[in-house]
Ligand binder design. Structure first.
Ligand SMILES: C[S@@+](CC[C@H](N)C(=O)[O-])C[C@H]1O[C@@H](n2cnc3c(N)ncnc32)[C@H](O)[C@@H]1O
Length: 209
């Protein structure tokens, strides 16, 4: 998963951190279940972006058991995180973790398809999207986000380097979809994008027109 060398990756993992104890509990569960959470490097990047931009709305596409949503909820002072997750076990776990962290009122996790949740928002109304859905859906996320995000809003997407597999053309549907997403967003005059090679690659795209 990490695109960094394993020694740099383990160095980052060993650095001290002041993150919330519930986040640490969620990391232990993710390891036990081998469930793909964003981890502390991407989580803290999300928290910084939320704190810097004070978004009026935060939409999360693909919430799992709520790890990345909790990072954003802890960072957002008055904004609710609206998440989406189809798996009922993940939803139940997420709700338990949010209440353990005292954040149950700051996250509204919906049992809906993430693309439908985004499609339901008024055009040009959303100020922050974190995208971590099934990778084959990334091109559709870009299409919808282009309609729904306001100018000055951020679209942050996880796994855009896909263990380095994006570097070569591929027949694998996930890799193809991520390559199409990366090409689409970097080629468009509507977006200003930086791909940050942290963990599995995160793109940060600012809607500029
Ligand atoms: C990589 S995990 C999310 C991890 C989470 N962002 C975190 O770091 O804590 C992806 C999750 O998205 C959910 N998912 C994938 N496609 C979805 C969709 N179209 N609508 C809702 N949930 C979706 C899956 O069930 C899975 O739990």
């Amino acid at each position: 998963m990490p695109v960094l060398t394993s020694s740099v990756d383990s160095y980052l993992k060993k650095l001290p951190s002041n993150r919330h104890p519930v986040l640490r509990r969620m990391e232990i569960l993710a390891r036990r279940l081998t469930f793909p959470i964003v981890g502390p490097q991407v989580g803290s990047l999300l928290a910084i972006l939320v704190r810097l931009t004070h978004p009026k709305t935060i939409i999360e596409l693909g919430s799992g058991f709520g790890y990345s949503a909790l990072w954003m909820a802890l960072a957002a002072k008055s904004t609710k995180v609206i998440g989406s997750e189809l798996n009922p076990y993940n939803l139940a776990r997420a709700k338990r973790f949010f209440s353990q962290a005292g954040c149950q009122r700051r996250v509204d996790l919906k049992a809906v398809d993430a693309l439908q949740l985004l499609d339901r928002q008024p055009d040009r109304s959303v100020s922050f999207i974190f995208n971590d859905v099934d990778k084959t859906q990334y091109p559709m996320v870009l299409k919808l986000a282009s309609k729904k995000l306001k100018i000055g809003g951020l679209l942050v997407t996880d796994n855009v380097l896909w263990s380095g597999k994006v570097a070569r053309p591929s027949k694998d549907p996930d890799t193809r979809a991520i390559r199409a997403y990366n090409r689409g967003i970097t080629n468009s005059p509507d977006w200003l994008t930086s791909i940050v090679p942290v963990r599995d690659g995160v793109s940060i795209s600012l809607r500029i027109r």
